[in-house]
Write a protein that binds this ligand. Structure first.
Ligand SMILES: [Ca+2]
Length: 221
């Protein structure tokens, strides 16, 4: 006698399916921590390393990072400043896993006296294989940072982006006018984790199994 219902299994699978895709709003739980960054150009000095733009340095929400509306407190520290006299530079971000990206939030260069060092025209490229094959999402223009009192203001650019990625490239082709240096304060990525292929296959097999079971039961009637 088989009286066991498959309803709990179906409900659990449905919950899994509903939990994974679109989470529309830009919310803190979607913050992707553990991103690393490298630059094709050396920094002005070790005090201005590119790592300073992904380590939450200078952010107002230190200790509990991820707020997309957080402010960047530092004027001349906790940010990247290039050594190059040309604004052209390439910055590569590696994500800790593959995510369905929804937004990139940027706090632009702001050294108190030199907001015109901030990045301007940027081509955004993503990759799901660590940068081997890249997909372009076109050019964006990042607004010049505003001179604000410490702790006020917020990000200078929020880019909506729907793409799977474990790697993001910024191909920066201009800044806001300074002919000597380029600077950038902080970059944050938001999105939801894409299940590993093995998880997706298991989930798929589970669904096929449930479908065939319910098909068999229907057939018996
Ligand atoms: Ca920073």
């Amino acid at each position: 006698m088989r009286t066991q219902s498959h309803a709990p299994v179906l409900l659990a699978l449905l919950a899994l399916l509903l939990a994974s895709p679109v989470q529309a709003a830009l919310i803190k739980p979607d913050f992707i921590a553990g991103v690393t960054a490298v630059n094709s150009q050396p920094p002005f000095s070790s005090s201005f390393d590119i790592g300073l733009v992904v380590d939450n340095s200078g952010m107002s929400d230190a200790g509990d990072p991820g707020d997309p509306a957080a402010t960047h407190l530092a004027l001349n520290q906790d940010q990247y400043v290039s050594a190059a006299i040309s604004p052209a530079m390439v910055t590569d971000f590696t994500l800790p896993s593959t995510f369905r990206l929804s937004h990139i939030v940027i706090w632009n260069g702001h050294q108190g006296f030199a907001t015109n060092r901030g990045i301007n025209d940027v081509e955004i490229l993503t990759s799901t294989d660590g940068g081997v094959s890249l997909v372009s999402h076109g050019m964006i223009s990042v607004g010049e940072a505003t001179l604000v009192a410490l702790g006020s203001g917020g990000p200078d650019h929020i880019e909506a982006l729907a793409a799977n990625a474990n790697f993001v490239r910024f191909d920066i082709t201009s800044n806001h006018g300074d002919p000597t240096f380029v600077s950038l304060r902080e970059v944050r990525f938001y999105g939801t984790l894409v299940p590993e292929p093995s998880t997706a296959i298991l989930l798929g097999l589970g669904l096929v199994g449930v479908a065939s079971l319910s098909g068999r039961r229907t057939g018996r009637r």
